[in-house]
Design a protein around this ligand. Sequence first.
Ligand code: FAD
Length: 630
Amino acid sequence: MKSDKELGMHTGISRRDFVQGMAVGVAGVAGMGSAPLSQAVAEASATAGGSSHANDYPPSKTGLRGSHPGSYENAHALALEGKGFPEARALDERYDLVVVGAGISGLAAAHYYQQRFGSDARILILENHDDFGGHARRNEFHQAGNMRLSMGGVHNLEWWNFSDNVWAFMKDFGIDVQAMREQRDFAYGRTAKYDSSMWFDKETFGVDKLVTGLAIDVPGGASDAKIDEIPISEEGRASLKRLYARTDTVLDEMGEQAREDYLRSISYPEFLKTYGGLTDDAIALFNKLLHGGWGAEMRALSAQEVLEEGFPGYQLVGLDVGEGRWDYPVAMWPDGNASLARLQVARLIPEVAPGTSAENIALASFDYDQLDKPERAVRLRLSSTVVNVSEANDAVAVSYIRDGEVVSVQARHTVLACYHVIIPHLCPQLPAAQREAMKYQVKSPLFLTNVLIRNTDALDVLGIDSVRCPGRLMENIFTFRGINTGGYVHPIDDTGAVALVMWGMPSPPDSAITRDDQHRASRAIMLGLSFEDYEREVRRVLDGLLGPAGFDVANDILAITVNRWPHGYSLEYLDLWDDDWAPGEAPHEIARQPFGRITIANADAGASAYTQAAIDEAFRAVSELPAGPG
Ligand SMILES: Cc1cc2nc3c(=O)[nH]c(=O)nc-3n(C[C@H](O)[C@H](O)[C@H](O)COP(=O)(O)OP(=O)(O)OC[C@H]3O[C@@H](n4cnc5c(N)ncnc54)[C@H](O)[C@@H]3O)c2cc1C
């Protein structure tokens, strides 16, 4: 195995920092070439993404991002160590509304508040990160005078179940999802010129081996010849071939409903073993395949949940999955849903990004210095962790920590749009049953790493665009290009610098049994890894995968941004772990009850890990606020 030096670990740091500091004006965005770094040095200009503070402009920061160092320590001290903080110094600031959390939901709450109480309402939004958008985070890279965008968290809008509210919201912001869909050639590698592929690594499988034209999770995605190339036992390969070829059905004697109930009571790996006849090493190939999609290890999911998505074995239980999970409506921006967050901020505080619209949002210049100005009706305060929210005397006092000091402001109303698990610690006033219900929301951890590579030469030599890596930390890799929305253009066939997205979650150890314990164990692994650990993993994988095709791992990686989201997807109820609650009795319904002048938003309140849920819950939270004076 290569040493750190051979992998370019140490030379990479200065390069990474340099790329971060570089920048462009909006004019140079489209058609980024693959100029060498020396040329990039010469072409670097003075501003980043239009910000006046190139090195401080959050979207351009690389290294450990997402829940970045410095953003969560105070919340963890409060929630995990029960730490008390000094009494807050009261600021001379009083607002109509204080929102906790500047994710899509918190920003939407501010929007709905203006609609309900007037656009002159004084609003303060507090956010613990150094950027807004919550999970909807923008990653910007600059090289050779051009900008490459990628998503740092939320990928897209999936509009199959938008409510009327959400449609109205989109219309209000000028977002035409159908038009956006047509401007998107990117499809996670599925409709690109190359087939799906899998990479098997030496540490796990005894050999570094790329198999192109192989997708074990898709109907028809694994021919016998391709299965023969998978480096597992002969028996394992034979069991896979048998499963894909089977046309019989199982569990017929049960009848349809009883069979479905039964399939909801066993895990998918259990099904593969008992009814699919797979060996353990063949089953292990599937363990991580839904890390990105569901934020869960396969053993946390029921057979029914996975088979309905068209995973192998669906034919054994008579399911007709058709196009299955690939056939759904999706719209994307080149920075994921960060553009949606930016559209909202530009509406709430126009001075931050004058002249911004849905048509130019991906390229719009954002001046973060304008976010928090006393003369404006709406203020957005970053790097501010709320540690206490209490209601007394017709007002709500909100305390937060910023720059190491605890301070407080007063509000007529407060919307808590933050993760639900922190709320019982912020707001001990809430009834015990409500606090208990909030603790049910154990979110799944996810990371999304962007690796800017110099060009796609090695990928083109190998004939790959997306790769599943069943043995590695970040299981799913794909190039991110071909999304031409919001004014940005990056053709799907561009061969220059591109962000390789490495996406998924750390697998929990076998000792973690329940879903929640699995999430907690994955989170502990995630938070225990340093940037250097992630960087070493990135370099090791890209060297093994692309090295044989000429990728020089010490020179061809231009930047690495690891977005880690220890509290990622909102908990959605799963067959194996959650009850069938009567209406009104599910934990999220108990958790989101209004409490006087305090109401509860966030996608957690909908038990649904979608942007539409974040918006719907904001609407409800604002409509529940009492109208009386305060
Ligand atoms: C990696 C990833 C990919 C995703 N992809 C998709 C997708 O493709 N499509 C989709 O629809 N959904 C996706 N989601 C789900 C996503 O959670 C929702 O779409 C939506 O963005 C949630 O918004 P929110 O405002 O409810 O929560 P969040 O985005 O979590 O925002 C809450 C904010 O509150 C802040 N906060 C927490 N505690 C405090 C405190 N004490 N003080 C101050 N601030 C605090 C948090 O830091 C955060 O910024 C994805 C999620 C992740 C993590």
